[in-house]
Structures are given as C-alpha cells and as structure tokens.
Design a protein around this ligand. Sequence first.
Ligand code: ADP
Ligand code: MG
Length: 293
Amino acid sequence: ATPTALLVGTGRGAQLGILIKGPEVLESTRRIDTVVLDKTGTVTTGQMSLVDIHVAGGVADEEALRLAGALENASEHPIARAIATAAIDELGDLPDVEDFKNLEGLGVQGVVEGKAVVAGRTALLADWSQQLPAELAEAKAAAEKDGKTAVAVGWDGRARAVLVVADTVKPTSAEAVRKLRALGLEPVLLTGDNAAVAKAIAAEAGIDEVIAEVLPKDKVDVISGLQADGRVVAMVGDGVNDAAALAQADLGLAMGTGTDVAIEASDLTLVRGDLLAAVDAIRLARRTLGTIK
Ligand code: ADP
Ligand code: MG
C-alpha cells in the first residue's frame, strides 16, 4: 500500500465526517458481505417518547406513571428517559427510589413509596412470577405490531400497567439500506427489543434479516456466530451495549452521536449521525483500496 493513497483516503474521510482510526482499517472493508445494524440510536433516532398508558385492575394512569417514572429517572436508557421525562412533565417532582437496580437489557427495579416496583420486558416480570392480565397483553401485542416498545410495570406482586414508548426510524435509514444492498452487502437488524417491534422497524427500513431479543452481553456472540458461518461482518452501533460487538466485528463503525465507549471500540467513527455516513465510509474505503492496488 502506498502511504499517499491511504492519506488521501483518511483526508477525504475527514471531509465526509468519517474518522478512521488507522489506515489498516481500510483493508478489512474489502471482504465485508454483511452489515449488522443496531436498532436503537442507529437505524432509529433513539429519541423515544411515551405515547400511551394502559392500566389494569383499577390502577390510575397517574400512579403507574409516577412509580415507573420515579424508577426510570435513575436510568440513562432511552426508554427510561422517555418515561421519566413524561412523568416529570405531567406530575412535577417524582418520589425517591431505594434499592435501585438496573438490569441490563431487561429493565429496572427498586422500591418506590414502599412498593417493590419493576419496569421492563415481560421476561423481567415473569422472573417475579407476574403475568400480564389479558387486557394488558392485548395492548402490548398491538403496540409491538406497530413497531412500538411496550414496557410492563408491576408492583406489589402484580403486573399493573403497560407504558408504550415510540421511536422513529431516521429519515435516511431506508435509503442507506438500499445503498448497502447495491454495494452487495446484506443488512441485518440486531436488537435487544422484542421480535415483533424489531420486525416492524426492519420492514420500515427495508431490512429482511432480523436478530431480536439479544441481551447486551450476547451481542458479541451474534457477531462471532455470523463470522463462524463464514460471513465477514461490519457492525454499526452507538451504545455502551454495542462496544464488545463493535470490537468483534471485522469492521466496527460507531455513530459519532453515540457513547464514548462505542467510539473507542470501533475502527471508524461516523461524525454524521445517520446511516448514509456508513455507506460513504465503506464506499470511500473501497475506492481508496482501488487506487492502492
Ligand atoms: P437495544 O438493543 O434496542 O439498544 P437494549 O438491549 O438496551 O435495547 O434493551 C432491550 C430491551 O430491554 C428494551 O427494548 C426494553 O424492552 C428493555 N429495557 C431495557 N432497559 C429498560 C429500561 N430502563 N426500562 C424499560 N425497559 C427496558
Ligand atoms: Mg442501542
């Protein structure tokens, strides 16, 4: 490789808003055939908002929002921010939380107003032997079919509410997915979210292959699994959750709008916060390699 060509590549990269960690990175783009895309914050904006509250058993909406809001106010997760912000807007000050625990990729738990409260995936409630009553299960299914995330909330040993949180697909994601395909790359959506939500979001972005309900610690195994199948994998992500997977991928691309941990673990940083920057990065890398050959 001639150093000049590599320098041109990285210089042009900077112009396009792509920061390349080292010239050797370009080499790995040659054989990439699969691009794994994290859902939240990568394909979607990650700016979630609370759009609906469903309650069961005579619980008031306000109580569900107050208890869940207090709990989520202790978490940085985009879902938590949406619920806590809505609760503060609606109710003002929220009660204190004791014994708070963040359960990675599942939800949160703690004691609020003397009640043991849990909020998150239904799997989390199942651990507490709590089951969604029929009316809440229906609300959850309807929300998920629509690509929205249903957060189950339980306290005092019972599932009592479902809070519906919506994210939006970035306006450029579908175009970027088309362009990845045109480059001969197969896009795959990877998420910890429910399979129904993931499928709805994938359909909106034009992605056929979906890997859902993956715990944060297992994302890295999904990447090595694809590699074991003979695929050469680029991964685009933004979260703390994505760091190990970004490092495992043959090429890791971090959203510049994402967390420092993700940026550090990756080979490329996309300063622009959209997927078209990933397309530009792969194109640029290939073109630069072309001039070296
Ligand atoms: P993603 O892969 O989309 O970035 P995560 O792995 O962070 O998502 O979370 C997976 C799922 O766990 C979420 O879709 C949500 O259902 C649940 N979850 C995680 N954290 C929270 C939280 N603080 N409150 C409610 N639900 C949560
Ligand atoms: Mg994420």
